[in-house]
Design a protein around this ligand. Sequence first.
Ligand SMILES: *[C@@H]1O[C@H](CO)[C@@H](O)[C@H](O)[C@H]1NC(C)=O
Ligand SMILES: *[C@@H]1O[C@H](CO)[C@@H](O)[C@H](O)[C@H]1NC(C)=O
Ligand SMILES: *[C@@H]1O[C@H](CO)[C@@H](O)[C@H](O)[C@H]1NC(C)=O
Ligand SMILES: *[C@@H]1O[C@H](CO)[C@@H](O)[C@H](O)[C@H]1NC(C)=O
Ligand SMILES: *[C@@H]1O[C@H](CO)[C@@H](O)[C@H](O)[C@H]1NC(C)=O
Ligand SMILES: *[C@@H]1O[C@H](CO)[C@@H](O)[C@H](O)[C@H]1NC(C)=O
Length: 561
Amino acid sequence: MLKAIFVFFSCILCVICYIVNPGPMYPPTKGEIWPLVGNQVKSKTYFVLRPQFFEFNVVNYDCSIIQQAITRYWLIINQQALGNFKPIQKLQNDLYKKEKHPNFEGFLDALNVNLTGSCKGDELPYFNMDESYEIEISKQRVELKSPSIWGILRGMESFSQLIYASEDLTLKVNFTTISDRPKYSHRGLLLDTSRHFISVKKILETLDAMAYNKLNVFHWHIVDDQSFPYKSVKFPKMSDKGAYHPVLRVYQQDDIKNIIEYARIRGIRVMAEFDTPGHTRSWGEAITDLLTPCYDKTSSKPTGQFGPIDPTKNSTYAFLKTFFGEVVKVFPDKYVHLGGDEVGFECWESNPIIKEFMKANNLTDNYAGLESFYIQKLVKIVQNLKSNFIVWEEVFTNGVKLPPETIVHVWIDGDYKGLMSNITAEGKKIILSACYYLDHLETGGDWLSYYRCDPSNFTATDNQKSLVMGGEAAMWSEVVNDYNVISRVWPRASAVAEKLWSVHSPNLNIDDTDNNVINLYIKGKLTSDTIMVAKRLEEHTCRMNKRGIGAQPPTGPGVCL
Ligand SMILES: *[C@@H]1O[C@H](CO)[C@@H](O)[C@H](O)[C@H]1NC(C)=O
Ligand SMILES: *[C@@H]1O[C@H](CO)[C@@H](O)[C@H](O)[C@H]1NC(C)=O
Ligand SMILES: *[C@@H]1O[C@H](CO)[C@@H](O)[C@H](O)[C@H]1NC(C)=O
Ligand SMILES: *[C@@H]1O[C@H](CO)[C@@H](O)[C@H](O)[C@H]1NC(C)=O
Ligand SMILES: *[C@@H]1O[C@H](CO)[C@@H](O)[C@H](O)[C@H]1NC(C)=O
Ligand SMILES: *[C@@H]1O[C@H](CO)[C@@H](O)[C@H](O)[C@H]1NC(C)=O
């Protein structure tokens, strides 16, 4: 039936009908690394890896982050072998003999893990940390080397991806040398847990998948208008009254600690966002004097509705000082996301007390100026707490005076390239999400639109381009909950991960005007580069599935074996 529909659509969509062949559309590659590594020399010579015998040798350090990674990857490698076991004797005695397999070079029973720098084990991953590593798989050396624990983690992931099951059901690793480092230091995934609550379990699964894709920032858009699931120490009433449920739909302090630790040992930063002054409706349920009361324009009476945080009250800033004082302690990352997007001015405009305040402060009719007034006070508070911060692009476009180290998060899918030129022209740093919105859905193959977005593709000097810190795939949760979050994010966010990590990720051009549609899922004529990326993404998706991540099929018909 599906096939019939497929043929039917193919025939309407294309001028020259093409014949459907049996089998997967893009057969998965074997042992290709996702995201693409910087430099790799490949070989046809290979080792056979016997998972029962395999071990990691930590060369010179006893570091808890590495010890825990070894346990994780040993399990992953052994899990990969399930169903692929051959009796060991058989393997050694007759299956694998050089005469039968000219490219076979022996068994790979250990990987030397050589951390050349130091490790205490309690480190937090941080912005711009060193994630570089080298791998050599050869007759002389089977080694993973890095100056930093974070590079060791990335290298272990790459090593685990080099292992593939061959037709004879053994696990193989080809000889190779790799030298790899990320293109951008900030490679994130934004997850909104306010529009729908996402359980701790699904957040941990998300962090696993992020590690498999070398993403390093979990941007936790934890609260918003609809619900306030953050269980505050100083203001517990905020979630009692503002969460969807005061017990079942909140993140307790212990949950947050667990999430941060789970992320930390995988080299992932947890950056919290407490978005203000808009998007705060749920905050006002407990902090009753925080939000601006809206007034009816004709009767000049309060409507009972509330708008953004009231920037005119001293109590607002006293609250923010205490609240963010807690936030920077609970979330130890050096950055906090302050939001600042989509501040609706209607409610401020309707309120006579706000109007009076604006007049007194020379801000008459200048609502962007009022927003600036607020943000600048908030920025001072956060700076006094010794935290760095990120703001959404409106804070820049509304002309808020910002300190030079500010990072601006670009999200509006308009002329975002023009905006990037403008922001960097002022010497400000950027994180890009505008072209990485995972809630913009198309049918299979829509990862391609993310893949075709290169954060450095805007008109600017090299110096300006160096101010692009990276990007984030964004998963807003209006129509996403525990049941679909994983399959909606993966493997679509993998395309973003490759664009942000890989120096040599190809620029996938397709001729959109070509009517010779090759398949229903990706329209246009595919270049060999695109086909190769599609095949690698098939392998990577199958790999995530095998590791328990419920990623959806990336492109079209296929099979994971
Ligand atoms: C790995 O080795 C196998 C067996 O020699 C070969 O068929 C395959 O092309 C190699 N893979 C890569 C990526 O070089
Ligand atoms: C680890 O790497 C360093 C730097 O390349 C090298 O000098 C050292 O011999 C290596 N250690 C082992 C045990 O291979
Ligand atoms: C708010 O604080 C400012 C500056 O500290 C002060 O001048 C002003 O009187 C205060 N307003 C109220 C209503 O307390
Ligand atoms: C408001 O602006 C006027 C005219 O520009 C200026 O004379 C006055 O000092 C300003 N007042 C404040 C409080 O900034
Ligand atoms: C960039 O700045 C110029 C000059 O101020 C302005 O005209 C233009 O609208 C800005 N572009 C964007 C996309 O913000
Ligand atoms: C840069 O963007 C333009 C469209 O704005 C596109 O035509 C071009 O292929 C892109 N180049 C790269 C390297 O992504």
